[in-house]
Design a protein around this ligand. Structure first.
Ligand code: CP3
Length: 357
């Protein structure tokens, strides 16, 4: 029999995050935190001051790698997430972007459908080259048990910033496109799907072992628009990534999707579902598990408060998903005022020790 025609069985992963994503049992959930690199860490603030700006950090491979590795050295998390931002894609497509102190991102808002022709998904890699270099540097420096996560924003969330020009609370511009000119919004989403597939592919080729799609504003649309502009583009991205890189797990984080999380993983092909902190644990257990690996969902404010309140939250979460395929994480990113000591406590709790007084 021709041995060469046999497909080799895929190896059993040894890294804790990859094992959980593969559905294998573990003694404790793998642990990483969204926004684990950032302003709550004094060593980040120091490097950020030296670099000058947030975007300089993102586009200088050595600095982006160093910032990614800081929380790994300090806390021994089971995964590192590439230090970059979801808004690098609009910038790579040709849109003006700046991060203003105390104001967040500011983009040259797209005012009408005619401006979409200026966006060039084929030209993104020139600008994003340093990000891929950072991925390779991080991969080479990671401890052997630590998994490297690449990421991108989901098209709807990225589109909200491109159309609004900044963060917003009501998403008036993006929703006006969704309801008033859905064909034009679809064209923008198509551009973002193409760019995101290419971007994630290059991250994977440079060394990312898992990718996460952040859909921070998935929770602001009614069902029909959610399906068209959030779910369907994520499904297309995952299908394209899986076609080329079938072994690479994808985590989707449709924040605020609520009951629309039910069936989302099956419909999109995501290997795991990030849960925001409003998702009830019992509901998640009954409706999502055992079909889906879940990630989350401690309220980041509990990490600021710390002490017994945080310990109780951690224990509830650990108990709810005990023996199940759970990745321990927050229900949204760490906030800058989080005391480092509380993160140390959290790590001890999840890894099995007692909380400090
Ligand atoms: O550690 C990590 O999680 C990796 C790096 C990362 C950043 N942003 C770094 C960052 C990741 C994964 C993101 C994702 C991101 N960026 C999202 C989706 C996740 C979420 O939090 O909802 C969104 C919506 C953005 C866009 C963005 N970037 C905003 C709105 C802001 C301003 C708000 C803020 O927190 O300052 C940013 C800036 C940003 N991105 C910082 C960091 C560390 C702070 C920049 C600084 O140092 O001043």
């Amino acid at each position: 029999m021709a041995q060469s025609s046999q497909i080799p069985s895929s190896p059993i992963p040894v890294k804790p995050l990859l094992r959980t994503l593969a559905g294998l049992p573990s003694e404790r959930p793998p642990l990483w935190l969204m926004r684990q690199a950032g302003r709550y860490l004094p060593e980040y603030r120091e490097l950020r001051a030296k670099a000058g700006s947030f975007l300089d950090l993102c586009y200088t491979p050595e600095l982006a790698a160093e910032v990614t590795l800081q929380p790994i050295r300090r806390f021994g998390f089971d995964a590192a997430i590439l230090f970059a931002d979801i808004l690098l894609i609009p910038q790579a497509l040709g849109q003006g972007l700046a991060f203003k102190e105390n104001e967040g991102p500011v983009l040259d808002a797209i005012r009408g459908a005619a401006e979409l022709t200026r966006l060039n998904p084929q030209g993104i890699h020139g600008r994003l080259g340093p990000v891929y270099e950072a991925v390779a540097l991080i991969k080479a420096a990671l401890p052997p048990d630590c998994t490297l996560i690449g990421f991108a924003g989901a098209p709807w969330t990225v589109a909200t910033y491109m159309l609004e020009g900044r963060g917003s609370t009501d998403h008036a511009a993006a929703k006006t496109w969704a309801f008033g000119n859905p064909e034009a919004l679809s064209r923008l989403i198509d551009i973002l799907v193409e760019a995101t597939v290419a971007y994630l592919g290059r991250q994977i080729e440079a060394g990312a072992e898992v990718v996460q799609l952040f859909d921070t504003w998935a929770g602001v649309l009614p069902e029909a628009e959610f399906r068209r502009f959030c779910l369907e583009p994520v499904r297309r991205i995952i299908a394209a990534v899986k076609e080329k890189y079938p072994g690479v797990p994808v985590i989707a984080f449709p924040r605020g999707a609520g009951v629309l999380l039910d069936g989302y993983a099956a419909a999109t092909g995501a290997d795991a579902l990030g849960l925001d902190y409003t998702v009830p644990l019992g509901w998640a257990r009954d409706r999502l598990w055992p079909k889906t690996v879940v990630q989350g969902n401690l309220d980041p404010r509990l990490l600021v408060v710390g002490g017994q309140a945080m310990a109780d939250g951690v224990h509830r979460l650990l108990q709810s998903f005990q023996g199940r395929n759970h990745i321990f994480n927050l229900g949204h990113g760490i906030v800058p005022e989080t005391p480092v000591r509380h993160v140390e406590d959290l790590v001890r709790l999840v890894k099995g020790s007692a909380v400090s007084a």
